[in-house]
Write a protein that binds this ligand. Sequence first.
Ligand code: PMP
Length: 430
Amino acid sequence: MSVDLNVALSERARQVLPGGHLSPSRKLGQPYAFVRAEGAYLYDANGQRYTDYHCGFGAHVLGHGIASIRDRVFEVSQRIDLIGAGIIDLEVEAAEALVRLIPCAEQVAFCNSGSEATYHALRLARAVTGAQRIIKFQGGYHGWHDYVAMNGQSAAEKLDDYDPMSDGILFDAARHTVILPYNDADAVEHYLKANPGQVAAIIVEPIAHNMGAVAATREFLQALRLLSSEHGVILIFDEVITGFRHALGGYQALIGVTPDLATFGKAASSGYPVGFVAGRRDLLERVGRSGERGVFMGGTFNGTPSTLAAVLATIDALSQQGVYERLFALGDYLRSQLDGIIERLGIEAQSAGFGSVWLLYFFSGPYRQYRDLLANDDELDLALRRRLIEQRQIFQPLQLKRLYLSASHTREIVDDTLGLIEDNLRSLRR
Ligand code: PMP
């Protein structure tokens, strides 16, 4: 009998990695061990092929193993590695490119992940305003640190309470985070009026992809812009998912509302560890000032050459004509086909998403905030995802989680998956 190399690697992993994975959110419910990735496909240790709708938590907007990214990183690594003193040519080039592309960006500060970016943006907002509290919205996710690791998706009864995502969070840090419902400008106005001078920042996903795909209305974002300015609060768009995925300038370039600061990561570097804070010069300059009135933004690996090479190559690739048009067209095609399946099967569901982010919601009503998603048939959602994973379609195995397409996905690839979705739903529906 031949050895199953996925099982063998998973057993070794269980000995040396906590829970056998880097984090519980990586568990697929199957012992899959991947050894190669190319385009829209992953390959496991047994040589089996999978279609990838996870795309590295969204980092891959182009697809895996893109030659132009790999070559640029390789070329740069031939001449320079981590320096950590002075500046390097690549960070100037990358920052100049980002300042050209992102509406709010007058300056850019590099770090290594989305969580680091939101951490630094919030610290900066506290420094410039002198206020302690921040406003975050129920269902939003902004990273793993103690300022924001709460009230992602919660049980219904906890909706308005502090709901930590982890044991061990410093409550004294977390209690300064105020949780309000998404798309509810009145709630924000009410809070700001009742607590003058207390709020440093509002942090918001301009499309709440951590709830799947709940779009902020333009009116909501415009109201946040006005209220922030009126009350001396720093408005932060968390574009860690939307940035580069929907437009090179972030969602702010599409919706026409400009925040004070914005955080980026994921798709900005096609799979290399990156984060950055972009924003107003007068704010970011506080990071550059040392001493009493400066804001400390350390990090040995900030601005690593290979990452910056990947950022520059990603910008070049996404600047090619037609890339976003193709991503949006494929997303729209997928959603329209999903709606056809729903209609044919007569199930209570709807396609959702924006551009290359997609999912099915298993309820039929409108939605504008987390509370509305409680109508989702989680059981059916999870059952479908489990079946698809068994059929070698890489989906996040959690209800309401967004899925991604990349520029390497094609109609043919998507059609195969749609066939599986229809067959599975036909047998799962009740
Ligand atoms: N902000 C948003 C909107 C995110 O979706 C994420 C990650 N899913 C983060 C911040 C944190 O980014 P990272 O995982 O790179 O720390």
